[in-house]
Design a binder for this molecule. Structure first.
Ligand code: SF4
Ligand code: SF4
Length: 192
């Protein structure tokens, strides 16, 4: 496909109107800061940016409200992660058992390389256990590349405990309600 280049008008070729337009914005911000005390910049890192509620930052592992590891080492997140930032080592046949009922296993090792992570959220989307969440952290720093590889313990500590993330508990309760509703419906249909 050939894109036709638009011809510039006389004023556009002068560039001066565009320059003055830019200066106008700069002057407006300068005047607001100096004369009205309304700064448009933040004194980072002393002042932190307050992120919007839907912001997706660094992914961390979470525990359920009883403090158990939610991750069951299914490796779906590792599979979908576009930059291959996740590395999981499953426990194997003799590995440690899961620390909660209704779970077969927990990962022996779980790492996220934060230098590779692009905060896309695929891991959160795909996780069947709601065990990994993108949090609000956007500024991750370290002294070395190794420190940017977050291990399981660190990810769990940063993710913390999330109330109301026992997905299967909620789904089981919902299914029970639906069963009761169906029974009630069939009972009422036999009414004369
Ligand atoms: S947010 Fe995206 S890039 Fe980061 S670990 Fe999850 S899937 Fe990988
Ligand atoms: S975080 Fe979720 S998707 Fe990833 S291994 Fe654990 S349970 Fe599976």
């Amino acid at each position: 496909m050939i894109v036709k280049r638009e011809k510039l008008s006389f004023w556009e070729r002068l560039y001066l109107p565009a320059l003055f337009g830019g200066f106008k914005v700069t002057w407006r911000h300068f005047a607001n800061t100096v004369f009205k005390g309304k700064s448009v910049t933040l004194q980072y890192p002393e002042q932190k940016w307050s992120v919007p509620p839907a912001y997706r930052g660094a992914p961390y592992l979470v525990r359920d409200q009883e403090g158990n590891t939610k991750c069951v080492s299914c490796q779906l997140c590792e599979f979908v992660c576009p930059p291959k930032a996740i590395r999981i080592l499953p426990p194997g046949p003799n590995g440690p058992p899961a620390d909660r009922p209704n779970a077969e296993k927990i990962p022996l090792e779980f790492e996220i390389n934060m230098l590779r992570c692009i905060f896309c959220g695929f891991c959160q989307e795909v996780c069947p256990e709601e065990a990994i969440f993108l949090m609000k952290d956007y500024s991750l720093t370290s002294q070395s590349r190794e420190e940017m590889i977050y291990k399981k313990e660190k990810l769990l500590a940063l993710g913390g405990t999330h109330a109301g993330v026992q997905k299967w508990k909620g789904i089981l309760e919902e299914a029970k309600l639906q069963e009761e509703f169906a029974l009630g419906q069939s009972g009422s249909s036999h009414q004369p």
